[in-house]
Design a protein around this ligand. Structure first.
Ligand SMILES: C[S@@+](CC[C@H](N)C(=O)[O-])C[C@H]1O[C@@H](n2cnc3c(N)ncnc32)[C@H](O)[C@@H]1O
Length: 208
């Protein structure tokens, strides 16, 4: 199963992840933080939170933010827990995006960064987000975008050489998945990082 491969890969990578991807993480997550517009009273769920960098960023702005992070890699989570150990209202759990261990209608904001292309069951993951999101909540997903040529080439190469890689989506494919999971896309954009790399972000709410 893909999740076992991804877990193994990130358990091995965890100790050097922050250093190796320092600039990429800083750029993408600071962009995401500006995009999401989280209020201090929001309860936030971060899906595939990795080493907790997004949590660390949010806490620099409001140290009382309620945040839960989930990830399938215990070693990535161990680093996240260490980083946020001074914040008792922040917690981390080992869980898959496609089976979230939370009650329905639990979160105001759900974010997921740089991870959607790993998800084995993207539609199941989106449906789980829909289930645990409060009726007036929002989901924000940032990920690689296959509309960019280099992402398209990487997607093809990674499918051959990286057993953890699942699938990059075009913006249209991504929005179709969101709609299939009964979300309405409220705002979305594509962003160029550096000269050739490209990401997309979408904010979605439950269809009324
Ligand atoms: C590139 S890292 C991104 C971490 C963090 N969101 C960031 O932007 O720095 C991808 C993360 O997704 C996690 N992941 C992959 N598939 C997952 C799944 N199905 N459920 C939960 N986490 C998953 C990996 O373990 C890894 O920590």
């Amino acid at each position: 199963m893909n999740e076992t491969t991804v877990r193994k890969q990130y358990n091995q990578l965890a100790a050097i992840y922050d250093l190796r991807w320092k600039d990429y993480i800083a750029n993408t997550l600071s962009f995401l933080k500006t995009w999401v517009e989280i209020s201090p009273t929001d309860t936030v769920l971060d899906i595939a939170c990795g080493t907790g960098e997004f949590e660390r960023l949010l806490l620099t702005e409001y140290s009382g933010q309620q945040i839960v992070g989930i990830d399938i890699s215990e070693n990535m989570l161990a680093i996240a827990k260490l980083k946020c150990s001074a914040y008792p209202q922040v917690s981390f759990q080992t869980a898959s995006a496609s089976t979230l261990p939370f009650d329905s209608n639990s979160f105001d904001v759900i974010v997921s960064a740089n991870s959607f292309h790993y998800f084995d069951q993207p539609l199941a993951a989106l449906k789980e987000m829909r289930r645990v999101l409060k009726p007036d909540g929002k989901v924000i997903i940032l990920d690689w975008c296959r509309d960019y040529l280099l992402c398209k080439i990487f997607d093809l190469a990674l499918k051959v050489f990286d057993p953890a890689h699942k699938q990059c989506y075009t913006q249209n494919e991504f929005h179709s998945l969101l709609k299939d999971a009964n979300f309405a896309v409220c705002s979305a954009t594509k962003i160029r990082f550096g000269v050739v790399w490209g990401l997309m972000v979408a904010t979605a709410k439950l269809k009324t």
